[in-house]
Ligand binder design. Structure first.
Ligand code: 13P
Length: 341
């Protein structure tokens, strides 16, 4: 495969394909495993991810790339094959989460800043050697009274831009992820407040990317959709699609090859329906696809529940979700397909 940033970015958003976010940190995967009563150990985390990466149909037909956590990029399958090689063998691209998580932002109560820039140049060189060709950095923006502030938006956008420039220097495509949260407290904000904040955040992020001389052709944007807060009323699919497309068109230059949404706490089917409606009903200058964590994995985790005899069932559940989202990425998903399965 070509190693040009532009070509990698285009491959990440190829027609009918999207990204599997399997980069849960050790703390987050423990929460997911607690919910299915599985102990989180290096081996159980390996077994779970090996199950996903060996889902041949899903990986070869629907998943363009997988975002890994540091531990996973270094792990080997039970038979000794590096997990990154399983991904490559399926025709998919290994990627790596490089941020060190969102921490409290000094002087800005209730807001966070994502850490991980120190030493990033050296870490990226190592990750490249381990096979990663794209990376992810997530900035987190909360909505509450008086929040977000300009200070927090600006500082998170600057960190994203510095990260993106370092990635491109290393031959790695940056996924730029400024997530405006749908949950957190109080999470009762309206869809229009989400639109206003997201537009402000994306405008600021693209200003900073420009100032940092980041090549837009060699990056992927990973935004939230425009939706109501988790504890507010729930807008219909058409409204979410219309408002999301409107904000993206107002802020994302058409030089960006693709936009891959996070699921952020939407249900599996909501995340799929929203994506499909955007692709079905709008003329768009970029590819719109998925980079889901929870919305691709929840059913598979449940079906697997840590048992070897459930591996095939876990793979079926993952493959179904991947196929539904693949259809959504080309705008042809229908509710009936869920029922048929
Ligand atoms: P969710 O789809 O579960 O929000 O995860 C995507 C992700 O990578 C968040 O950083």
């Amino acid at each position: 495969m070509s190693e040009r940033l532009e070509d990698i970015a285009v491959a990440m958003v190829a027609d009918g394909k999207g990204i599997l976010a399997a980069d849960e940190s050790s703390g987050t995967i423990k929460k997911r495993f607690d919910a299915i009563k599985v102990e989180s150990t290096a081996d159980s985390r390996r077994d779970y991810r090996e199950m996903l990466f060996r889902s041949d149909e899903a990986m070869s037909k629907y998943i363009s790339g997988v975002i890994l956590y540091d531990e996973t990029l270094r792990q080997k399958a039970v038979d000794g094959t590096p997990l990154a090689d399983l991904i490559k063998a399926a025709g998919s691209i290994p990627g790596i989460k490089v941020d060190a998580g969102a921490k409290d932002l000094t002087n800005f109560p209730g807001e966070s800043i994502t850490e991980g820039l120190d030493g990033l140049r050296e870490r990226l060189a190592e990750y490249y050697g381990l096979g990663a060709r794209f990376a992810k950095w997530r900035g987190v923006i909360a909505i509450a009274e008086g929040v977000p502030t300009w200070g927090a938006v600006k500082q998170n956008a600057q960190a994203l831009a510095r990260y993106a420039a370092l990635c491109q220097e290393a031959g790695i495509v940056p996924i730029v992820e400024p997530e405006v949260l749908m949950d957190g407290a109080p999470a009762d904000h309206s869809i229009d407040r989400c639109a206003e904040v997201t537009q402000w955040v994306l405008k600021t992020v693209f200003d900073e990317l420009y100032d940092a001389r980041v090549s837009l052709e060699g990056m992927i944007l990973k935004p939230n959709m425009i939706i109501d807060g988790k504890n507010a009323r729930k807008a219909g699919v058409e409204e979410v699609a219309e408002k999301t497309v409107r904000v993206l068109k107002a802020t994302v230059p058409s030089a960006v090859p693709g936009i891959a949404f996070l699921s952020g706490g939407q249900s599996d089917e909501e995340a799929t329906a929203h994506l499909s409606a955007m692709n079905a009903n709008y003329d768009l200058p970029w590819k719109l696809t998925f980079s889901y964590g929870r919305a691709l994995q929840a059913a598979a985790l449940q079906a697997w529940s840590g048992k070897t005899e459930n591996v095939a069932a876990g793979q079926r559940a993952f493959t179904h979700r991947a196929r539904m989202n693949s259809l959504a990425a080309i705008g042809t998903w229908k509710t009936d397909l869920e029922k048929a399965a």
